[in-house]
Design a protein around this ligand. Structure first.
Ligand code: PLP
Length: 401
């Protein structure tokens, strides 16, 4: 039996999404920007998808811009907002060239922020507490007259912590009403309600909620004059050029609608399975939970085990039919511990022993119990081979012996 427990990396395509996509991958091949019938049908499907996605999200259809996914949406939000701020007003002192973000963002945000800093923008990276929470007071304190954008993710992909984005953005706007607020809601949208009322920009990705890979959206609040990021034929009302991905948009909208319809039931079911798995894993000696104990995504279980290499544990789990991940997939292959685990204050050697299980779909109690049993066995095996584990005493070898 194979158990897939890496839903935060990607979710399998939902049946509803596949069914919504099929017509536009087959007979409905028209280019949505042309004027004859097969094209008009595709255009109608695209606009239906936009209306449906907007309704699921509680936004206006004209606020939804389809992109190629979360990474593009994050790049567009940051680069577009800073471009807008840097050319603001007639006087240099009216320009806003300051960006504020957090230490636990996805690389699509952090790498983009660092690139902007190299282009001459000012960057502040907010710390988080040991549960991974950003403080609204600290966020507001970082905001000045020149702050153009504050970007805070809604839920973290590695440790599952859910930020109080409504409080953070309220505090930011109280300090400077001109400052724009962006949230990367890739991990939360379609899974839990996203309270984005105080935000101006929001990034989404279809494949993290059962839609296809390679499509997502940036929601741009009406009135925010975000400049285009992709230049070309003027698609998406001139703001995001590129022949429209009609099938992708239809699949994305279907995944969002199904997610919204099942949200309450799924969140309750997955939270119970999550807590069951956490309890079982914490019975393994020298383990601890990372992220917030309560404010966390329904399917998100992240733990660290002392004297075990996370990567080696993931390979051991895979040999036993369990797909999980260690840190983030984006940084695996590198031997640096996750920036998120370091930001919550874990020492390097402990951060190395991290494993993340993210649940979804039809995962059962039996499957969760099996994950816990297999993990306990693999952790024990790896520790038995570890130079820093005392097999007889069943504990880490004390430092200095
Ligand atoms: C996966 C992910 C992204 C990137 O989305 P893609 O559609 O894969 O480019 C961005 N932010 C977060 C929090 C993610 O988990």
């Amino acid at each position: 039996m194979h158990i897939y427990a890496d839903y935060a990396a990607t979710a399998p395509l939902r049946r509803e999404a596949l069914e919504a996509m099929t017509p536009w991958l087959t007979d409905g091949y028209g280019n949505a920007s042309s004027i004859y019938r097969v094209a008009r049908e595709a255009k109608r499907a695209l606009e239906d998808a936009r209306r449906s996605a907007a309704a699921s999200l509680g936004v206006l259809p004209e606020e939804v811009y389809f992109t190629s996914g979360g990474t593009e949406s994050d790049n567009w939000a940051l680069k577009g907002a800073l471009e807008l701020g840097a050319r603001q007003g007639d006087e240099p002192r009216e320009r806003r060239r300051h960006l504020v973000t957090t230490a636990i963002e996805h690389p699509a945000i952090l790498q983009t922020a660092q690139w902007l800093e190299r282009q001459g923008m000012d960057l502040t990276i907010l710390p988080v507490d040991e549960a991974g929470l950003v403080s609204p007071e600290r966020a507001a304190a970082a905001v000045g007259g020149d702050t153009q954008l504050v970007s805070v993710m809604h839920a973290n992909n590695e440790i599952g912590t859910i930020q109080p984005i409504e409080d953070i953005f309220r505090a930011v706007k109280a300090k400077n009403p001109q400052t724009l607020c962006h949230t990367d809601a890739v991990q939360s949208a379609g899974h839990i309600p996203v309270p984005w009322e105080g935000a101006d920009l929001m990034s989404l990705s279809a494949h993290k909620m059962g839609g296809p890979k390679g499509i997502g959206a940036l929601v741009v609040r009406r009135g925010v004059r975000l400049p285009a990021f992709m230049h070309g034929g003027g698609h998406e009302r001139g703001r995001r050029s590129g022949t429209e991905n009609v099938a992708g948009a239809a699949g994305f909208a279907a995944a969002l609608a199904t997610g919204a319809a099942e949200m309450e039931r799924e969140a309750a079911r997955l939270s119970a399975l999550r807590d069951r798995l956490i309890a079982a894993l914490l019975r393994i000696p020298y383990s601890r939970l990372t992220g917030h104990p309560v404010r966390r995504l329904p399917g998100s279980v992240s733990v660290v085990f002392e004297c075990v290499e996370g990567e080696s544990l993931v390979l051991g789990l895979d040999m036993n039919g369990v797909s999980a991940s260690s840190g983030s997939a984006c940084s695996s292959g590198s031997l640096d511990p996750s920036h998120v685990l370091l930001a919550i204050g874990l020492p390097h050697e402990i951060a190395h022993g991290s494993v993340r299980f993210t649940l979804g779909g039809d995962i059962s109690e039996t499957a969760v119990d099996r994950i816990a049993d297999i993990t306990a066995r693999v952790v024990a095996e790896r520790r038995a081979m570890s130079p820093v584990w005392d097999e007889k005493a069943q504990r880490p070898i004390p430092f200095g012996t």
